[in-house]
Each structure stands twice: as structure tokens, then as C-alpha cells.
Design a protein around this ligand. Structure first.
Ligand code: HEC
Length: 136
């Protein structure tokens, strides 16, 4: 009986340690998923997804280039995004810009951004795009 109690305690300890270890191992990948993968975002930006056109069709990401583009240049958007709508974070602004571009129209531009990204992009795609835009 005494031995059994001891081994139960041992077993319980082992279990707790396994839980702790797996908790530690899992958390970095979870937060990476929530933050988005900027490299994958850059790929989506350049290539689009399914029938949704690539963002690069309308947006430049390098400043100082001349010539016409349909959409505003996105160089420096990481800082500008924060200031666009008072009380809305850069992340939220960028999310809204992608899935509901008609809600806030950048001054000097027309409301002609492709409107259906929300039906073609998965949640992870949007997170990846936001992560990429925040590097610009
Ligand atoms: C058909 C052209 C077109 C495509 C494709 C397009 N956009 Fe746009 N985008 C625009 C236009 C025009 C505006 C300015 C009007 C507005 O605010 O809706 C804009 C605005 C934006 C803004 C706001 C910029 C600012 O200065 O506040 C962001 C961010 C943005 N687009 C990101 C994207 C991303 C990411 C994609 C790809 C998933 C994309 N756009 C695809 C035309 C486009």
C-alpha cells in the first residue's frame, strides 16, 4: 500500500512535468500563428490567392518610385496605419483595409480596391498580410 502510494505520487509528478513541458513547447508556435508570418504575407501580397488579385497590382511597397498606381503606396504604412482612424490600432486598421476597404477611403483615392478579399483569404492569410504590412 505504501509503495503504491509512492508510485502514484511519482506518476502524478511525471504527469505534471509533462504538462509543463508541453505547455512551454506549444506556446511559441501559438503566438507565432496569432502574430502572422511576414514572409508568407509578402508572398500573398505578390501573388494573390485563388481568384483574388495580388495586392502588388495596385500598391507599391517601395517609396520614391514615380509613375501611376491605382492604390496608395504602402511604404511606411506600419507607422501611418496607427494614425488613420483615432482609437483604432495599426493591426485593426490594416485588417479593415483588407476585408472592408470601403469603410475608410484614403483621401485622394477612389473606393476601387478589390472588395472580396474576405471571401478568398483565410484568417491566417490576413494575419500574415498584416504582419508583412507592419514591416513596411
Ligand atoms: C484593384 C486595386 C487594389 C488591389 C488589388 C488592392 N488594393 Fe489596397 N487599396 C486600393 C485603393 C484604390 C486604396 C485607396 C482607397 C481605400 O482606402 O479604399 C487602397 C487602400 C489600401 C490600404 C490603406 C492604405 C492607407 O494608406 O491607409 C491598405 C493597407 C491596402 N489597400 C492594402 C491592400 C492589400 C494588403 C491588398 C491585397 C490583399 C490590396 N490592398 C489590394 C487598391 C487596391
Amino acid at each position: 500500500m505504501y509503495f503504491m502510494g509512492l508510485s502514484m505520487a511519482h506518476w502524478a509528478m511525471g504527469f505534471v512535468i509533462v504538462l509543463l513541458l508541453s505547455g512551454c513547447a506549444a506556446s511559441p508556435s501559438v503566438s507565432a500563428a496569432q502574430a502572422g508570418d511576414a514572409e508568407r504575407g509578402a508572398q500573398l501580397f505578390a501573388q494573390g490567392r485563388d481568384e483574388a488579385p495580388p495586392c502588388v497590382n495596385c500598391h507599391r511597397v517601395v517609396g520614391g518610385q514615380v509613375g501611376f498606381t491605382i492604390g496608395p503606396g504602402l511604404a511606411g504604412i506600419a507607422e501611418r496605419a496607427e494614425t488613420r482612424i483615432p482609437g483604432i490600432s495599426a493591426q485593426e486598421y490594416l485588417r479593415q483595409s483588407i476585408i472592408e476597404p470601403q469603410r475608410f477611403v484614403v483621401s485622394g483615392y477612389r473606393n476601387i480596391m478589390y472588395p472580396d478579399y474576405s471571401t478568398h483569404l483565410m484568417e491566417q492569410d490576413i494575419l500574415d498580410l498584416i504582419a508583412y504590412l507592419l514591416t513596411l
